[in-house]
Ligand binder design. Structure first.
Ligand SMILES: *Cc1c(COP(=O)(O)O)cnc(C)c1O
Length: 429
């Protein structure tokens, strides 16, 4: 059974001040989880987690991760700006982007971040835009299919990312001739997997590639970035990834492949997003309607614009009806949002306790790729984000959007002035 990290009593108190829907994050859970990851990789003195900002781009959470020693993995101009503003500097920043506009390379270099190139042709593009930095990383794409013991995990050959091996080799030589001195290697081959063999298998591929590159170019990599992809158990019956076992698996591959080849001081980096924050954030929403037609529907005050994963991928998110944790799940519901899209359902045919109007629902595992993927379709507004502090109280870490935020990009127009005036006259808060 999945248990929320917050109680009904706590939530009732929170909703007195902050109306639903809102995201709630768990400081204690986040800190403990990061420490567990760091411990699992503590055999590698240079280990560092570069949190994937795109998963949860909130400065308060980034600051918390900074306190725990993490860096940031950015992929866009605004993510770089956010990381910089929170106080991540120089090698605290990894810039893993693709199809990158020149101005983003310029900013990444200005901030001293580690640029992770996605393609051979980006070498000259980067040189022209801002020059080649001393430290540089390249993203590898081995092509074909990526398998773990006969199970196909993904199809790198169909993916837009990274350099094939031959281009990687040429790229390293070219970068060296342009003045690069410290090299890194990166790959991202599977997403959201709780298979404990993922990182060790990926590490094996990257370590062997680093050895081949060393033999063929004389360039010894300084770091290897295993990127993101470790998943979380969205379903209650799913087994979580065993991070100690994963860390040990990567250590064994390191000892077997890198060390005998003379590559001994290679730092291991990760760029996890989902694994770090996913379970430690939830979307809290209130049941506002029950509808009885061909099926039983519960309408809630959140919608897919707040959390798009179920509508977009059919993703499962566990739901707890607060205060009814021990009641029998003897009602079959579709839990819906208000978008004029029939896929706006947080759950379909889900067995849950009887839900009454006013019940608080916790939608689990929304701490990563949740609020961040929010959007404004149907004029829906993004919700607030709150942090449940280690010592009890909640802190507002992002306010909810207002209608005038929605209209903000029209602020040059006459309509905007009318909207502002009408907002008052119509009594809209
Ligand atoms: C999205 C992304 C990540 C994080 O992925 P998770 O699935 O959240 O771990 C890491 N690195 C890169 C380059 C990404 O694009």
């Amino acid at each position: 059974m999945k248990k929320p990290f917050v109680t009904l009593e706590q939530l009732k108190k929170i909703t007195e001040k902050y109306p639903t829907p809102f995201y709630l994050y768990d400081e204690k859970g986040i800190r403990e989880n990061v420490r567990r990851l760091q411990k699992a990789f503590s055999w590698n003195p240079g280990f560092r987690e570069y949190f994937a900002v795109k998963a949860t781009p909130n400065p308060f959470l980034l600051r918390l991760l900074k306190e725990e020693g993490c860096g940031t993995d950015c992929s866009s101009l605004t993510e770089l700006m956010l990381a910089d503003a929170v106080g991540f500097h120089g090698s605290d920043i990894m810039f893993s982007s693709n199809d990158t506009p020149a101005q983003e390379f310029v900013l990444a270099k200005k901030l001293g971040g580690i640029i992770n190139l996605d393609d051979f042709t980006h070498i000259d593009y980067l040189k022209e835009a801002t020059g080649i930095p001393e430290t540089i990383c390249c993203r590898y794409n081995p092509g074909g299919t990526f398998q773990i013991s006969n199970a196909i995990m993904d199809n790198p050959g169909e993916s837009k990312y990274g350099f094939p091996y031959d281009q990687l080799k040429e790229g390293f030589l070219k970068l060296r001739s342009y003045g690069a001195k410290r090299f890194g290697l990166h790959a991202f081959l599977a997403s959201n997997t709780t298979d404990d063999a993922y990182y060790p298998t990926l590490a094996g591929i990257l370590f062997r590639t680093a050895v081949d590159l060393y033999k063929q170019t004389g360039i010894a990599v300084s770091f290897i970035n295993l990127s993101g992809g470790i998943g979380i158990p969205y379903r209650p019956e799913q087994k979580p990834a065993d991070i100690e076992k994963i860390g040990e698996g990567v250590r064994m591959a390191y000892e077997e492949i890198l060390v005998p080849a003379g590559l001994k001081n290679v730092d291991i980096y990760t760029e996890l997003g989902r694994y770090i924050l996913g379970p430690y954030g939830c979307l809290v929403t209130t049941a506002i309607h029950e509808k009885h037609i061909y099926k039983e529907y519960i309408g809630v005050d959140a919608c897919a614009a707040n959390l798009m994963r179920p509508a977009m991928y059919g993703a499962y998110h566990h739901i707890t009806v607060m205060g009814k944790e021990n009641a029998p799940c003897d009602h079959r519901y579709d839990i819906t949002g208000s978008l004029c899209e029939n896929n706006d359902k947080f759950a379909i045919d889900r067995m849950l306790p009887k839900i009454n109007k006013g019940d608080l629902l916790v939608i689990h595992d929304a701490g990563a790729h949740g609020h961040a993927m929010g959007y404004n379709y149907n004029g829906r507004l993004r919700s607030a984000e709150l942090l449940l502090k280690e010592d009890g109280p909640v802190e507002l870490i992002r306010r909810a959007e207002t209608p005038m935020d929605y209209f903000a990009t029209l602020d040059f127009s006459e309509t905007f002035q009318i909207l502002k005036k009408r907002e008052k006259e119509l009594g809209i808060e």
